[in-house]
Design a protein around this ligand. Sequence first.
Ligand SMILES: [Ca+2]
Length: 413
Amino acid sequence: MKKAAILTLSLVALLSSCVNNGGGQFSSSSDSSFSSSSSSSSSPSSSISSSSSSSSSSSSSSSSSASSSSSSSLEPEYLYSPSPEDHLQVFALEMKGTYGNSPLFKYGNFEILIDGGTYNSSSIVESALKEHVTDGVLDMLILTHPHSDHYGGMPLSVFNGASITSIPTIIDSGADEYSYEGYITAWVEGVRDTFIDKGSAYYPVQSLVDGTYPSSFLITKDLTLTFLDTGNYTPAGGDGSAGNSTSVACSLRAGTFDFVMVGDLPSSEESDLMSLNERSSFTNEGDTVVFKAAHHGSPGANSSAFMDYLRPSYAWCSSAITSQSQTSSGPKSQHPFLAARKRIEALTGKDNLYWNGTMGTIDMELDKDFANFSIHGEGRKAAVYYTKSGTKVDAAIEKDTPLEETEWAKSGA
Ligand SMILES: [Ca+2]
């Protein structure tokens, strides 16, 4: 019941938020229970679109004042109108405490945050939002799955502290329930419901891959966010106890670059993703794939088969160095584990795998023509570590260093 209320609200919210953005509305690719009780009089168009061609479909609502645009011959409407100098920046935020994951994408005034790391990382997330979301509108917020190293660093206070006044689109794995109460209070009731009440459109990811809504969000003509079916998403309003397996998988295409992220998806579910999605459904032959290592570089993810399927040219790992990560003989093995690194590097090469444990926040950037790609670290601030001989490793020296060239990796960790 609550689910239905939220979804109905969401529909209205999406329509109003799109109007506020000056962008389009959505086109439903099939009749849906989600949209049935809506009273909207707006006509459907296409700021999100199905990845399988045909866009302008009909709505189940009986729109009385169908106006302007719903012919398939028209240009699709995009969520964002870019300025000439806009270019893509990706900030893989430095994390504190174990694990943690939080990339922030920024294209002009359009931002997407995916997860927020652990509670310890909240000040980093808040600072990043303050610095980069200058219009107060965080355009999309995605929580990949209901684990605290993903939602813990982005409680409501973080968004309030960063003066985020609206989040037009929220997407998560679909869980309303989880055994850990913190998920309900911090995420479901804390962030999600609060912003839905303020007008956010909310999509459980299952509704983006089962035909209820289109699977792609058209941000600009060069920027598209596509959600990939894994066959393992939590039904809307369900229990998220399957955890990592329910992780949201998506790919952000920017020109000929594709940023692929699958949360903490384990290898068996990577296989499910491969069987359900042709690689060509989200990336073109010859595109450059940039991969966020699955599950912080866990050996139980990032399978060789998945790497062969994705064929990444670059990858980054998101996890933190902690005080527990040292032994008297130097760094000890932790995420990202060597077995996973080797499987990723079989495709990227050793020089193109990066880790924000040693680099701090990783800044990735494409120029405005989507031609030149660069990766730099801002420098590790959250942690210190020592070599086997007890020498403190200077953060500044390793800020741009690929993972296998760091003192950490050279120690055998
Ligand atoms: Ca914005």
